[in-house]
Write a protein that binds this ligand. Structure first.
Ligand code: ZN
Length: 120
């Protein structure tokens, strides 16, 4: 492998998952159920993390600066609509230890003066 997963399309990653799994099976004809599961998970999580990141970035909730107050995320403490304070990169860990990076709108509560990433 050695290719950058960010540069690969979903199609590339899923084809790699399928062919990689077939190849792995040929190389491990006596693998136990647990070993097969681990090999599958490792490949599957790579695709999963990538899809999760791409879909989350397309999400409407990623940008709410233009939204009217009623549609903006609210403060968890007092319920006031948050003011967007730019965007920050947020690194998350997903299943299988794969990290994904999301650009999320960062909000500030005008009442509590606390900044937070709104939930989605
Ligand atoms: Zn608040």
């Amino acid at each position: 492998m050695g290719t950058d997963p960010q540069a690969q399309s979903w199609e590339d990653l899923s084809a790699e998952l399928l062919s990689g799994m077939r190849e792995w099976r040929l190389q491990h004809p006596k693998a136990t159920m647990r070993e097969i599961e681990a090999a599958l998970d490792e490949r599957w999580y790579r695709l999963r993390a990538r899809m999760l990141q791409d879909v989350a970035l397309q999400s409407h909730a990623a940008d709410w600066q233009e939204a009217p107050a009623a549609e903006r995320p609210v403060c968890r403490v007092c319920g006031t609509a948050l003011n967007q304070r730019g965007k920050r990169w947020r690194q998350l860990k997903t299943h299988g230890g794969h990290s994904l990076t999301l650009q999320r709108s960062y909000g500030l509560c005008p009442t509590c003066k606390k900044g937070l990433f709104p939930p989605r």
